[in-house]
Structure formats: C-alpha cells, structure tokens
Design a protein around this ligand. Structure first.
Ligand code: MG
Length: 161
C-alpha cells in the first residue's frame, strides 16, 4: 500500500521600495521588494508551509518565529532545507510541488526556470518535480495594485519504502 500525504501553503508579503525581490531563492530585478523579517521569499515560505502541512507539523511561524533574531534577514533557502529535513526524518520523500505566484509585475516568466532550478537544488529533487506558475490578478486586489505578492503551494509527499 502506497502512502501519500498532501499539504497546502499560502503566504503574502507586502511590497515596498528599497528591498530586493527574492523569489524561489532568485533575485529578480524589480523596483519593489518584499517587506519581511527574513529575506521575504514569499514563494519559499508557501512551499515550507505546504511541506509542514503535509506532515501535520504546524506552520512556518511555529518552526521559525519572526520574533527570533536567529531568523532576521535569513536566507529562506535555509528554512526550506530544514523543512525538507523534517520530511525525510518522518520517512517521506517529495513527490511533487506545485505553486502559483500572484503578482502584477515584473513579468516572472523569464525567471521561472531559474527559480525551479534553485528550489530543486535546495530540496535535492529534480526540476521536473517543481512547478512554478505566475499570474497577474488583472490589476484587481492588493496584488493588482502592487501592494503585495501572494503565493499558493501544494506539496505531495510519498512514504519511503
Ligand atoms: Mg512569509
């Protein structure tokens, strides 16, 4: 009997001037970046929550509190590595990850494969196991007004034999 677990994640960060835009561990040229205690990598945060959710281990705020100075301006790839370690410790491997980034601009298409490559490297999986999709919200809502970025992520875990 094959054992699967599924999890979903959602995160939002505010966009401000004077911050780098880091998505999926990749710095993307932009006039606005994510305001955050960490590096503000909203894509990685949603993926972490999907992994933790699949394990029923709470959420990213529980594991990496934003009032803990250990995590100030931290590279979110380190948080993702720790979540992947938890997946392995619990006897699972990553089946696949699917994500959607909702952001009005800049256009993310030219950076999608770089982000997939970086996440595959951090999670020690193949690029084919990671899907990153980007959408605008047709100028509607906070994403459309460029006030923030939201990301949805789904993770499927497969029990190791
Ligand atoms: Mg976050």
């Amino acid at each position: 009997m094959v054992n699967f677990r599924i999890g979903n994640g959602y995160d939002v960060h505010k966009l401000v001037e004077g911050r780098d835009l880091i998505l999926g561990g990749v710095k993307i040229p932009s006039d606005l970046g994510c305001l955050a205690h960490s590096d503000g990598d909203v894509l990685i945060h949603a993926v972490c929550d999907a992994l933790l959710g699949a394990l029923a281990l709470g959420d990213i705020g529980l594991h990496f509190p934003d009032n803990d100075n250990t995590y100030k301006n931290i590279d979110s790839c380190i948080l993702l590595e720790k979540c992947v370690q938890l997946v392995r410790q619990k006897g699972y491997t990553i089946g696949n990850i699917d994500t959607i980034i909702a952001m009005q601009s800049p256009k993310l298409r030219p950076h999608i494969d770089d982000m997939r490559q970086r996440l595959a490297q951090v999670m020690n999986i193949t690029i084919e196991q990671i899907s990153i999709k980007a959408t605008t919200t047709e100028r509607l809502g906070f994403e459309g007004r460029r006030e923030g970025v939201s990301v949805y992520a789904t993770a499927l875990l497969v029990a190791e034999q």
